[in-house]
Design a protein around this ligand. Structure first.
Ligand code: FCB
Length: 479
């Protein structure tokens, strides 16, 4: 008798948007082409010991020169939507001042090329590549940078706002603020908690100002949003200290952005518990009202939950190493939570992805339900979710990435469970369309549904891409 596999089909709501995502610095390459000047990531890659293997984004996937071919592949793979980011230093090379027509033209062609193929663009204005010319002036620690960002948003709004239905201001300001200015593992490589908090505020201010500028330029039917990587925080134990640490991390990682953006205030407890780090004097009168400019949708990125413990004397004594990206939990021990001395991130049990991130799909359901509970008025879109695995191009010319299919399948089931539980989730973007420059990890980590051979730059859809195509056309996932 043949054994029958029980399958279970989870259908998504009608109109659910499916897509895949990338970011400019991670795929474009062409770092010096057509008038582009360096970003903070070009500069950071030049520093010793910042990126695995000394990799840089100089060539990356060379998407800048292969854009039409990549768009054709998206169409072949049945992608209804594509999330990309604009490189600020390609469009305004000095960060402020003259617009580089050739740089802007690339994004005109990208958007037109998507629309010609029936693919809906979702544009991110800032995916971490600040023009280096602005960093020289202090970067995001400088209160002038939000004003420069609003000018840049205006340029993009005028050029593309008529045909991009959703514009996201910032991608993961938490990473830009805290990995860039507290742990220093991301550009610009600063390590100072007070600066990180100031930068977080300036990023939020930049977001609010860009929203206001864009609102006046885009069609009434267009949507404005921000993408946050919210921490799904789990306490290491039920002790009052660990529970308090989890509450603190929820404030310093999540509510530090959610509350000003969606409620027009910082949590008082966050201000109080970080007074020994900063007096928050960088919050000027009127800032919170500007940050609170209404948005239409919230982008949520999720990869893995976080487990946190109180910063006990024992933990402080135990930790010697620096914080390494999102700590490779398969190997690393506890590490201070970025931006604070009051909580530690502690390892979690496997299984893990190739990043060493634990695979816990239920945490995704919990996160989406919690955001919906606390901010019920804002629709959600999953703007990133996916996994790195050690993919191999086999002799049959294929990449049999069953582990990625399993990860995505289970995370889609988790999204589905959140929707069933009442969360208003409108779409899902797989990170990433193709393998790319994974920041401090360089090319050593592959997140793509399309495999990239970094010698020939040839693209090969992985099994997950073919599987995802079926999910999209069924608007359902089979368990
Ligand atoms: C997110 C970033 C994205 C990519 C994934 C793996 O934090 O937004 O660029 O690096 O992680």
């Amino acid at each position: 008798m043949t054994e029958q596999r029980m399958t279970h089909r989870l259908s998504f709501p009608q109109g659910f948007v499916w897509g895949s995502a990338t970011a400019a610095y991670q795929i474009e390459g062409a770092a010096r082409a057509d008038g582009r000047l360096p970003s903070i990531w070009d500069a950071f890659c030049e520093l010793p010991d910042t990126i695995s293997n000394g990799d840089t984004g100089e060539v990356a996937c060379d998407h800048y020169h292969r854009m039409a071919e990549d768009l054709d592949l998206m169409a072949t793979l049945g992608l209804p939507s594509y999330r990309f980011s604009v490189s600020w230093p390609r469009v305004i090379p000095d960060g402020s001042g003259p617009v580089n027509a050739a740089g802007l033209d690339f994004y005109q062609r990208l958007v037109d090329g998507l629309l010609e193929r029936g693919i809906t663009p979702l544009l991110t204005l800032y995916h971490w590549d600040l023009p280096q010319a602005l960093q020289v002036e202090g970067g995001w620690a400088n209160r002038d940078t939000p004003a420069r960002f609003a000018d840049y948003a205006e340029v993009i709004g005028r050029a593309l706002g008529d045909r991009v239905p959703t514009i996201t201001t910032l991608n993961e300001p938490w990473c830009a603020a805290f990995l860039g200015h507290s742990t220093g593992v991301h550009a610009p490589g600063v390590s100072d908690n007070a600066t990180a908090l100031r930068v977080a505020h300036h990023l939020s201010l930049a977001h609010g100002r860009a929203v206001s500028v864009l609102r006046g330029l885009i069609p009434a039917s267009s949507r404005l949003s921000v993408t946050l990587n919210l921490a799904q925080v789990r306490p290491a134990s039920g002790s009052p200290e660990d529970l308090a640490a989890a509450g603190h991390v929820d404030r310093i990682a999540n509510r530090i952005f959610l509350d000003p953006m969606l409620r027009g205030r910082y949590p008082q407890q966050l201000l109080d518990e970080t007074r020994h780090l900063t007096d928050w004097a960088f919050v000027a009168d009127g800032d919170l009202a500007e940050i609170n400019a209404p948005i239409d949708v919230l982008g949520v990125n999720f990869y893995a939950p976080s487990k946190v413990a109180a910063a006990t004397a024992e933990l402080r004594a135990e930790v010697t190493g620096r914080w390494v990206n999102d700590p490779n939990q398969a190997e690393a021990g506890p590490s201070p939570w970025p931006g604070t001395d009051l909580a530690f991130s502690v390892p979690q049990p496997g299984p893990y992805t190739a990043m060493g991130w634990p695979i816990v799909p239920e945490a995704f359901t919990d996160l989406l339900l919690a955001v919906h509970r606390d901010y019920p008025e804002i629709p959600l879109v999953v703007t990133e979710n996916g996994a790195a695995f050690d993919d191999v191009l086999t002799a049959d010319g294929r990449v049999h990435d069953a582990d990625r299919i399993d990860y995505v399948r289970r995370h889609l089931a988790a999204v589905h469970a959140a929707i069933e539980g009442g969360a208003d989730v409108r779409g899902y973007y797989l990170w990433s369309f193709m393998d790319n420059f994974e920041w401090a990890w360089g090319y050593s980590k592959r997140f793509g549904m399309v495999y990239v051979d970094y010698d020939s730059l040839a693209r090969t859809p992985k099994d997950s891409a073919l599987w995802f195509r079926d999910v999209i056309s069924d608007n359902a996932v089979q368990l």
